[in-house]
Design a protein around this ligand. Structure first.
Ligand SMILES: [Zn+2]
Length: 424
């Protein structure tokens, strides 16, 4: 099963100075930054997915700044992602529309022809047809029953786009593998769409719109789809948020899936921020240690006003927390003292004077337990990835984009190892 990393300009500055907390000298964004595949000596995934909605254009604003968006369109995905070197020759570059970025529009802002040009110009290896996300889900609807008017309209738009997309891709001489995207409001309607796409000539299908579904519902959809299509037809899972459960999906013969969740969880998850591969091959997670910037954090400033802790005092506490953590990493500070330094500063950030004291005490206790667990296990010492070898304990400190994304890079690397061991 191929692990495709869905990119949205997730890069780090390799020369970031942790002690001084600043970017490398003369660092230029994008040009000086690196992608995970450039940073790690071993490839951390099998391919990259780029959504047109993320890149953006004059039709729809994306996440790329204007100069980079124009560069992407000028040089194409392979050159933009710096995947031109020989060691990347076998990596896939998947493209899709990024249907979430236009979910509120009546019709997709892109035509099949526009997407075909985008994929061909960008030297993509795989390109998805133009889909439109369906919100309804009725697990038990039979055949083409159920589904509101909007769901049915989006269903027809997606299929009609699929038909035009493969027809035009043939006339262009197939410079990439066309993938037909399945959208539906029920397992049966998805199976119906899959079968129609297959008859149009697709041998690679992608299932989209699974974000609101739980794992059991996704299994039901995949069972229904597999029952209607050839065992040789390949399947891709689009934007698969349940990446840690991917091994449970093997029976559906999934060829590939894309996800960002190992990266995102590094700084979006409340607890599971740092991935750790246990000796038995299972994934374990640690909570990152929050040491927010005293001077940059507006929420903290507001709290400081009400708690009476002044800014200077906060900066001292911040410094003490960071210094103690670094001494702990060098085995020069005891565990208890380190936990105390981190938690006394950290609670300034979460303490709410409007809450009863008992509630604040409980928050501090929970924080203390999470910090203690992470520090006790010293997982950054066990990991052999480049992030942990070079940045050590800084990897597990929740603070600013360079540490947080580095931890995301580490998670990608650990996750890739996990699925290579666990999944065929
Ligand atoms: Zn690591």
């Amino acid at each position: 099963m191929k692990f495709i990393f869905a990119d949205s300009l997730d890069m780090i500055d390799p020369s970031f100075d942790f002690e001084a907390d600043r970017m490398g000298e003369d660092r230029e964004k994008y040009w000086g930054d690196v992608y995970p595949h450039e940073y790690f000596p071993q490839l951390p995934y099998d391919g990259v997915l780029v959504s047109r909605g993320i890149v953006g254009d004059d039709v729809l604003r994306g996440k790329y700044p204007d100069d980079l968006m124009m560069r992407f369109r000028r040089v194409g995905a392979r050159a933009f992602l710096r995947l031109e070197r020989r060691r990347f020759a076998h990596m896939s570059i998947f493209g899709d529309c990024g249907a979430f970025s236009y979910v509120d529009l009546d019709v997709p802002p892109y035509t099949p022809e526009m997407m075909l040009d985008f994929y061909a110009d960008g030297r993509f290896t795989h390109g998805c047809s133009v889909d439109h996300i369906i919100f309804d889900f009725d697990e038990h609807a039979h055949g083409l029953k159920g589904g509101g008017a909007s769901a049915r309209r989006r269903f027809e738009i997606t299929l009609e786009n699929g038909r035009k997309f493969i027809k035009c891709s043939r006339s262009m001489g197939r410079r990439f593998t066309p993938i037909g995207v399945i959208q539906g409001w029920s397992p049966a309607s998805m199976a119906h769409a899959a079968s129609r796409l297959e008859r149009m000539g697709y041998s690679y299908l992608a299932l989209g719109g699974m974000v609101p579904l739980n794992a059991r519902q996704i299994h039901v959809c995949l069972d229904a789809i597999r029952a209607r299509i050839s065992p040789r037809t390949q399947l891709h899972l689009l934007g698969f948020a349940k990446a840690e459960q991917i091994h449970e999906f093997q029976r559906h013969r999934i060829t590939s899936f894309d996800t960002t969740s190992p990266l995102r969880r590094a700084f979006k998850d409340a607890r599971a921020n740092y991935y750790h591969l246990r000796r038995d091959g299972a994934l374990d997670y640690f909570t990152a240690i929050r040491v927010p910037h005293a001077t940059e954090n507006t929420r903290l400033k507001r709290r400081a006003k009400t708690s009476g802790t002044d800014q200077e005092q906060l900066q001292v506490m911040e410094r003490v927390a960071l210094d103690t953590l670094r001494r702990f990493a060098r085995r020069r500070a005891p565990l208890r003292q380190t936990v105390e330094a981190v938690v006394s500063y950290g609670t300034e950030f979460v303490r709410d004077p409007a809450m009863p004291e008992a509630a604040n005490r409980a928050t501090a206790k929970a924080m203390s337990a999470a910090v203690q667990r992470t520090l006790e296990h010293r997982p950054w010492e066990e990991c052999r990835c480049r992030v942990c070898r070079e940045a050590g304990i800084e990897t597990i400190i929740f603070r600013g984009s360079n540490r947080n994304k580095r931890r995301g890079f580490h998670n990608i690397c650990v996750y890739n190892e996990y699925i290579k061991r666990r999944v065929q």
